[in-house]
Design a protein around this ligand. Structure first.
Ligand SMILES: Nc1ncnc2c1ncn2[C@@H]1O[C@H](COP(=O)(O)OP(=O)(O)O)[C@@H](O)[C@H]1O
Ligand SMILES: [Mg+2]
Length: 212
């Protein structure tokens, strides 16, 4: 079993979007997947409530009550961690997971917040010594904007891998509304998006090393 934590103390950077879309990737490949919603807003579970019945099942759980128990056949577990989580709490959750995905938006405020968070994680999470996969993903990217270049420079300067960039597109908004993921939408509409997910999936699944 492999567990993935999607985390960033900043709200609105794409944690739920990445958690739910990743769950659908595994879903379409028939991999039994659980989505654990640690966020009191329960957006991942609301997304799951909107999910059409004939789509690949994803097992949803709320982690607000503490311990969770997963079905035996579960192969992938994705944790949607709330904004404003304390680094100590994140470090606790990291102990349960193999991969940590940190989405960051191209905005000066988000870049600064991510710099603090990654700095704290490096210290408190002992990332340098651990073999854990911890990587950043640029989200809602509009190429050729100054702020995206700033974000790119910042992400490349970190001591953790910059795994991929996801573009800013209504596809994610529509997917969120309908309880689906980009992997389940009309292929012609999402070619670009699927291409951008590939490095993230390969990285999580250990198929390819992402250069720093
Ligand atoms: N790549 C993207 N393109 C367009 N809209 C996006 C993208 N990623 C996230 N969003 C939208 O931004 C909002 C915040 O994203 P969300 O995943 O809920 O963030 P978080 O869980 O970190 O608070 C949502 O309305 C979502 O649909
Ligand atoms: Mg969320």
């Amino acid at each position: 079993m492999r567990s993935i934590l999607v985390v960033n103390p900043k709200g609105g950077c794409g944690k739920t979007t990445i958690a739910t879309n990743l769950a659908t990737y595994y879903g379409v490949w028939g991999v039994p997947t659980a989505l654990v919603d640690v966020d009191p807003q329960q957006s991942s579970l609301e997304w799951l409530n909107a999910r059409p019945e004939n789509f690949a099942p994803i097992y949803g759980l709320s982690a607000l009550g503490g311990e969770v128990s997963l079905p035996d056949e579960t192969r992938r577990v994705i944790f949607d961690v709330p904004a404003r989580s304390k680094t100590e709490k994140v470090v606790e959750l990291m102990k349960l997971t193999q991969a940590v995905v940190i989405p960051v938006l191209p905005s000066p405020i988000d870049i600064r917040a991510a710099a603090h968070f990654v700095g704290d994680l490096l210290v408190q999470g002992h990332l340098r010594q651990s073999k854990k996969l911890v990587g950043v993903v640029a989200n809602r990217v509009r190429e050729n904007t100054i702020v995206y270049h700033q974000l790119e420079r910042f992400l490349k300067s970190l001591e953790i891998p910059f795994v991929t960039s996801l573009r800013d597109t209504q596809n994610y908004v529509r997917a969120a509304e309908r309880g689906v993921g980009v992997f389940e939408m009309a292929p012609s509409a999402v070619v670009e998006d699927i291409k951008q997910w590939r490095p993230l999936i390969n990285w999580i699944e250990g198929k390819k090393k992402i250069p720093r």
